[in-house]
Write a protein that binds this ligand. Sequence first.
Ligand code: SF4
Length: 388
Amino acid sequence: MKNDRPGIYIHIPFCLRKCPYCDFVSYPLQRDETDRVHQYICALTKEAALRKRWLEAADLMPEAFHSLYIGGGTPSLLKSSQVSWAIEEIAGSFPLAPGAEVTLEVNPGTSSREELYAWRRLGINRLSIGAQSLNDEFLKKLGRVHTARDVYQTVEWARSAGFSNISFDLMLGLPGQRLEDWQRTVVQAVEELKPQHLSCYELTIEEGTLFGRLKSQGSLNLPPEDEVVAMLEWTREHLTNSGYEHYEISNYALPGFRSRHNQIYWENRWYLGLGAAACSYWAGRRWGNAAGLDEYMQQLDAGSLPEAYSERLDERSQLGETIMLGLRLTEGVSTAELEARFGLSIWDIWEEEITDLQKAGLLEVSGERLRLTQKGLLLANQVQAAFL
Ligand code: SF4
């Protein structure tokens, strides 16, 4: 397992302002607040050095990392010189494999043409663009800082800078959104912007957010469940007819453009997360960093790794989680591979649950593979809970 294509995630926890539905760890940042970003990248470099030492001491350093994902927050708020500094420091501690996937999350309206060119020259070879919608009315409702025009502009600049692997995040189930609104955004995205990859997520309402409060007051006007299901079903049909592979519950890719980094999560392989609130899974241990910026930086200043929690998972828990995550992939999981990886029999542990899920039409067993049915893809949480 040690060298099984691990990846690194770097969290950049700054945004221009907080979106009303967001419960990610992100803090408002003005464009000219370079000192805070500088301090944060200094802290990241300290964490990378400490983590490298920890991996080497435990004889757990892999030969190379196969993906680097810079997410947030809004990493595209950083200047290219700051991104360059972070990448050089991280790659200095954790060698990247030749041809590694290097992704930067970009929010439209936060980066210039020159920066896109600079990022490409830095070796970033994939952009994940937080478009969310191509309808200004919905972008406004979502509290986004960009317009549909900004999305088009970002894609145009990215293509001219040489990016040939572009992913879009789009959100469905928005307040006041009808099936036709969603269809228009997806058709426009595919026909006019031609991304290689699309992540189509349903808006989830989290407690503690403004949308959470509006929902509990009954004033959010979310589309009814059957309309959301119609959106999901139409998306699958339209995108697969347009040449995209539906390879994960919410993700679609043209052949050869699946997200290598996200597949690490879905296959429950090892990854390191660096930065405030970043999570890691390595050699059977999972941990998460302190989410508060001050706490994160103070711990590193004191020379300690900024872990806020840590747990060691036994083989059974790791196997259960690997099945749960792997069932998000439309090709499902190979029972033979997982049994070889964890040395446990899936059937001995979950035979009853698997049989019940098959009878309910949610899970299918085909040879040595377990996978969700079309109905199961819509009720994935229910199926996954059986393997906890
Ligand atoms: S841009 Fe993304 S991370 Fe930042 S506040 Fe909005 S949803 Fe959250």
